[in-house]
Design a protein around this ligand. Structure first.
Ligand code: F6R
Length: 599
């Protein structure tokens, strides 16, 4: 949700800023801009639209060693040239990721002091507040610290001041920011891939810390210099490149077998013994609550189905934006599991803080190492998905399901519901899972996509765990292809929504749970007899017994612990191929952004 980048060093900052912005474009892509010091003054170049538009506006041969850049996902004010970042007020130029909640109050106060605003944004207020504070403080560091006392909301900021043209400042609160550490050059960025071309060393800025970057970097906390650990990013540059795939989404789907191996292997390397040793003891909890947004919430629904089937522990799954304002029924016997790829989703983070304030235990299932959720939760399990660039999640979702499945196995065995033999059998199946996934990925889903792409509406139906999987399939389709897609529990359709089914309406049904397959297959017949075109995602075993589908994607019959992940592959690839036929911008769907750091 907005990406910021900054550079101070011996290279031409323009190149660094543009390449950083390209790597951050997944965070927002409705406008972009840079500010740089050209040896005489700070210049700003910004524009509505993609970074490619910004590049067109840049004159060749501009040279600068210090600058800041921004790629925007509009919150306050239309995505036009004026509202684009950077924003400047007299001596201060800033880029901002986040939302200033009290900007209207601050703006009114600053207007009274004589400030004139050009934009509709909350961010311009920060530049004005800094300029106003600086008039009395006369010191940039003190100015930033003082201004932060007045700001309510979330922010990561890159700051330039005309009086110190060779210094880059940065600070943050509740929005992510890292400092890249190179040889006599430093970077600020919303995410590590933005700096990987230049360095894999970075440090994490904590809330309200201020970075002062000259040819060295000093981090201040409460105005005192503090030492920080320099971390090394373990991936490589390839993660930020498409490597011959048409889209990051397709590349990331192809990475899924490796991601699942990397995520599960540490827990299974020495069989059951590793699982029992490496996973925290969850059997002390009487209840589990799972909290997440979007696909992370859908992963939670799959997790609930597996945990409840194989353990005695009841699970409730919540959408984080609702959970954070709901009455809590948690107590010392409750474990709250928070799921998030980015680890920075504002509502999920607020949910964690809410339960922490009541001393409730938390487990975060997170991808981004060192993210806020990972640092603040009582326990953290990392999925090993690596950076996910496509806005629509695929590999992170799958890895979240994998961890939940292992949690179910762990609790189920400890509660005596899954015998040692059975547990070992399931663990063996996890070893085979990457090759099952590979097989599904290699299949061709173009025929099914051809049936879907011309219609502007489709329905997904499923029962139990298949409903949870359908929810994610439906979200994937609508977010990247813009086909209106509704997902219903299969038995619920006839209570109203079936009135929308007509000749030619696409209905995609997931049927993998043999125990309740007949019920869903009857529901499929109901919609088929009203003219629906049926796409069935099912196991080879169930497929043999049902002939009512127009299109079919079969998966092998395995077990309840790995089958959901195998089923997700056709759902992801059907959406991908459909969006491709519709000519959509698959990696950057309209109105969306990765890492939703605002409420
Ligand atoms: C959908 C998608 C979103 C995210 C959601 C949560 O493809 O990517 O629904 O799953 O915004 O994001 P994280 O997992 O970063 O908390």
């Amino acid at each position: 949700m907005c990406g910021i980048i900054g550079y101070n060093g011996h290279k031409n900052s323009i190149k660094v800023l543009i390449s950083g912005l390209k790597a951050l474009e997944y965070r927002g892509y409705d406008s972009a801009g840079i500010a740089y010091y050209n040896g005489k003054r700070t210049e700003i170049i910004k524009t509505a639209g993609r970074i490619a538009n910004l590049e067109k506006k840049l004159k060749p041969n501009i040279h600068s060693n210090i600058g800041i850049g921004h790629t925007r996902w509009a919150t306050h004010g239309k995505p036009n040239d004026v509202n684009s970042h950077p924003h400047r007020m007299h001596k201060f130029t800033i880029v901002h990721n986040g939302i200033i909640e009290n900007y209207e109050v601050l703006k009114r106060e600053l207007i009274k002091k004589g400030y004139k605003f050009k934009t509709e944004t909350d961010s311009e207020v920060i530049a004005a507040l800094l300029d106003f504070t600086y008039n009395s403080e006369k010191d940039v560091l003190k100015t930033i610290a003082k201004a932060e006392e007045k700001l309510i909301g979330a922010y990561a900021l890159g700051i330039l001041c005309d009086d110190e043209p060779n210094t880059l400042y940065a600070t943050r609160k509740d929005s992510p920011l890292i400092i890249g550490v190179g040889e006599k050059e430093h970077f600020i960025a919303s995410d590590v891939p933005a700096i990987l071309k230049y360095t894999n060393k970075y440090l994490i800025l904590e809330d309200n810390e201020i970075a002062k970057i000259t040819d060295e970097v000093t981090i201040y906390h409460d105005m005192k210099a503090v030492t920080k650990d320099v971390l090394t990013f373990e991936g490589d540059l390839e993660v930020a490149e498409k490597n011959g795939y048409d889209h990051f989404m397709l590349k990331e789907i192809h990475e899924e077998p490796t991601v699942i191996k990397n995520t599960t292997e540490p827990f299974l390397i020495h069989g059951l013994e590793s699982l029992l040793k490496k996973m925290p003891n969850f059997t002390k909890y009487k209840r589990i609550e799972i909290v997440g947004c979007g696909s992370a919430y859908h992963a939670g629904l799959v997790g609930k189905a597996i945990i409840e089937k194989y353990t005695n522990t009841p699970v409730t799954v919540y959408i984080a934006s609702e959970f954070r304002y709901q009455k809590l029924f948690t107590d010392k016997d409750t474990l709250v599991i928070l799921i998030s790829q980015s680890g920075e989703t504002a509502d999920t983070l607020a949910s964690l803080r809410k339960i922490k304030s009541q001393n409730v235990d938390s487990l975060a299932i997170v991808n981004v190492v060192g993210s806020s959720l990972a640092r603040e939760a009582k326990e953290t399990i990392y999925i090993k998905a690596g950076p996910e660039i496509s806005v629509a999640t695929t590999k992170a979702y799958l890895a979240q399901v994998a961890i939940l499945s292992l949690i179910a196995l762990n609790i189920g065995h400890k509660q005596g519901i899954i015998s040692e033999n059975k547990a070992n059998e399931i663990i063996k199946s996890f070893e085979a899972l990457p090759s099952y996934l590979e097989e599904e990925i290699s299949k061709n889903y173009k025929n099914i996509a051809k049936a879907l792409y011309k219609k502007n509406i489709s329905f997904y139906i499923g029962r139990g765990i298949d409903y949870a999987l359908s929810m994610e399939g439906s979200l994937k389709l609508k977010e990247i292809s813009y086909i209106v897609s509704m997902c219903y529990p299969a038995g619920e359709l006839k209570h109203g929504t079936i009135s929308l089914i007509d000749k030619g309406t696409n209905v995609i049904s997931v049927v993998t749970d043999k125990a309740i397959a007949d019920k869903t297959l009857s529901n499929i017949k109901e919609v088929k007899s009203r003219g629906a075109i049926i796409t069935l995602v099912t196991t080879d075993e169930i497929a043999k017994e049902f002939s009512g589908a127009d299109y079919i994607a079969t998966i092998p019959k395995t077990n309840d612990f790995i089958s959901p992940m195998i089923t997700a592959i056709p759902l992801q690839l059907i959406s991908y191929e459909t969006a491709k036929l519709r000519g959509c911008d698959i990696d950057k769907p309209k109105n969306l952004a990765k890492s939703v750091t605002v409420e």
